[in-house]
Design a protein. Sequence first.
Length: 367
Amino acid sequence: MSKSNILSNSKSKSSSLHEKAGISPPEITNVSAINEIQQKRKLQPSSKELVDGILSSSRTALSRAITLIESTNPEHLIKANEVIKDCLPHANNSVRIGITGVPGVGKSTFIEAFGKYLTQSGKKVAVLAVDPSSSLSHGSILGDKTRMEELVKDENAFIRPSASGATLGGVARKTREAIILCEAAGFDTIIIETVGVGQSETAVHSMVDFFLLLKISGAGDELQGIKRGIMEMADAIVINKADGDNVKKANLAKVEFNRALHLFPIKKSAWQPKVTTCSAVTKDGIPEVWETISSYFEQTKETGYFQENRKDQNHFWMMETINEQLKSKFYSQPNILSELEKNKKAVQNNEISPFAAAQNLLELYFK
């Protein structure tokens, strides 16, 4: 076998995506032990047991609690609210960082390099990664743990992928509550990775303290970046993949984005967004990204904007929860569902206007 083939094989085997040969089952199987394990898995811990586990930094308890709050089963709602209520006094002791960017910009690779830098600096990092759900099958790959091979093995890191479902803004429906649980578990740095739709990122912006926009050079981003929208929400822009032959292009993109940022009005936080370059592969520029974020936190805490922003976010999510609960209860009523189907056919046949049909259904609901 040639030297190149040997190197290629060794490289492929180092990846978690490498498929290994299966293991043959033993000839003797302890059926009673298997049944006992299966029964234990079916047992649901109480809300107190989950809270005690979270406060003692149990990853199992944290994972099970997040699964509970993500459940759409109405029976789980009361228990989930109890867990959140008991964890709330132990939360709000972290910094929350939202990271977004178009697909292919290298979000997962950047988060792994950035997360490893933070854990090596003594931080405890929780990554709430949101995977896009298929509009056809409604499924998600949830492959972020596979991409973050080193960070997932770090004792000071916790990675939780969730499906976005039908939620707009690139965040899962219960990401806000998951943040509270992670903070109660002792994680001082919460990173939220969005789907990266490149459009409606308002949801993640309204639940983090710092909003970081990842860009790449040489892909038309310089022109797109000058347009308003997501750039107005960004507290920093990081040009990723600034390595090899791409360093010059990344530096040119940095100049263009800096020019564009100065055209925007001053942010409410009085913070002037920064533009930096980095390489998630070589780790160049990663410390500078954290320095920028730290400067932002220092400035906004001194001016009082940090706490005011959190208060505004709490109010925003209260209103969002009201809207969500009203919608959920509306569609859970049997009489509404039957009338909805009748009105749907009437609207499609132009027998009634969509607005009149909606009004009829709402009147029925409130009666």
